[in-house]
Design a protein around this ligand. Structure first.
Ligand SMILES: Nc1ncnc2c1ncn2[C@@H]1O[C@H](COP(=O)(O)OP(=O)(O)OP(=O)(O)O)[C@@H](O)[C@H]1O
Ligand SMILES: [Mg+2]
Length: 359
């Protein structure tokens, strides 16, 4: 990721929903028109993101942390960690929040294609980069960590670790960095030989950021057991939040799952004119959960691909067969099979109910 690309993404305008058509209109389309309409629908559907309770919660907690850090005295500030197993949607939720914060900070400058500029001191102009998003690679050392930040800012990345450290510190000042998101933070190399230095470096950067009232956000999988979060100095500044896939064990959880699917059907089903309200949130809700184990991205993908089948075979709805025909990603399929096996072995009823939910 680079500041320029981040700015471009922040400027993107959500594509307009495709035109709604009645069954008669759809049946009257010529083959080329139908192909074009289907392609447009597929593209639009694949870009859709849906709110869910844990996302709202994370957004609130992140805003609280960043706002507290702005008003607390200078020095090292609180670090926020979002921990979740792979594929739950942690990067997506933090990114949405960070994007919103970026837009809020740069204000009217979002209208320009150029990265905003500001004056860090009178008469000096520099790019204004309030948000830095870095994706770490495997076993990232201090050098790789610094390189990710410097590359984001289009800085040279040669030199000793010491000179890179200085460049990173200067960059925080010069570009008004107020939020540093480290995605896949579990990939930081904390093995005994280098680990101490890496942890010290992270703390040092957090102090530098804190001096300007900024916030560091760590996003990763299995962070709770990671040496990063075991470090006593980091722990005493840490706000930790674990995100889990949506569950359906209690009445309240089932209701949240249905609300989520209801949001999905409200957006997607108008394009399937033979579907009825409640098709996803009621009839298919238990099946969608069993297939996806409450991973929201997988659930949306399952519905999207099933909807595609409903369009292609011109049934204009989503049937159980459409859903069953969809092959999800290996992780999702493996999870679903393992859950089904463990239910069979424990002799439990299929979770949580075989029938559809009423709405
Ligand atoms: N709210 C949402 N609505 C629709 N799709 C979503 C939503 N959140 C996540 N997704 C999709 O789910 C998939 C996984 O999301 P994401 O990459 O954010 O998960 P992650 O927890 O960061 O995974 P990893 O551990 O692999 O980094 C992505 O394809 C993403 O587009
Ligand atoms: Mg991720």
């Amino acid at each position: 990721m680079k500041a320029r690309l981040w700015h471009e993404h922040a400027r993107e305008i959500a594509p307009k929903p495709p035109k709604l058509r009645t069954l008669t209109d759809l049946r009257g389309l010529r083959p080329r028109e139908a192909d074009r309409a289907n392609q447009e629908l597929r593209r639009w559907m694949s870009g859709q993101r849906f709110d869910w309770p844990q996302q709202q919660r994370v957004h609130t907690l992140l805003s609280d942390c960043a706002e507290d850090n702005e008003i607390l005295g200078h020095g090292a500030k609180e670090i926020f960690a979002v921990d979740a197993t792979n594929g739950v949607g942690k990067s997506t939720m933090v990114r949405e929040w960070a994007m919103a914060r970026y837009k809020e900070t740069v204000g009217a400058a979002i209208k320009s294609r150029e990265i905003p500029t500001w004056q860090p001191s009178p008469g000096i102009y520099a790019y204004h980069v309030p948000v830095v998003w870095v994706n770490l690679s495997s076993a990232a050392s201090i050098k790789e960590f610094n390189t990710s930040i410097l590359k984001y800012l289009d800085y040279p990345v040669e030199g000793t670790i010491r000179s890179m450290n200085l460049r990173v510190s200067d960059a925080i000042d010069n570009h008004g960095i107020r939020l540093l998101v480290i995605d896949d933070a579990h990939l930081l190399n904390t093995r005994p030989t280098q680990g101490r230095d890496v942890l010290d470096h992270i703390k040092h950067i957090n102090t530098e950021l804190g001096e300007r009232d900024g916030t560091m956000v760590l996003v990763g999988a299995g962070l709770a057991d990671h040496p990063l979060l075991k470090d006593p100095q980091i722990r005493c500044r840490l706000r930790y939040h674990r995100v889990t896939p949506m569950a359906i064990d209690t009445v309240a959880e089932r209701s949240e799952w249905q609300d989520f699917l209801f949001r999905v059907e409200k957006r997607f089903l108008p394009y399937l004119p033979r579907s009825k309200p409640g098709l996803l949130a009621g009839q298919h809700a238990p099946h969608i959960w069993r297939r996806t184990q409450g991973f929201v991205g997988d659930a949306v993908e399952l519905v999207r691909l099933a909807a595609r089948r409903g369009v292609e075979d011109e049934s204009w709805t989503i049937t159980r067969t459409h859903l069953e025909d969809v092959e999800l990603k290996v992780r999702a399929e493996t999870h679903a099979r393992a859950a089904a096996r463990s239910r069979e072995q424990s002799g439990k009823r299929p979770s949580p109910a075989r029938e559809s939910y009423s709405r």
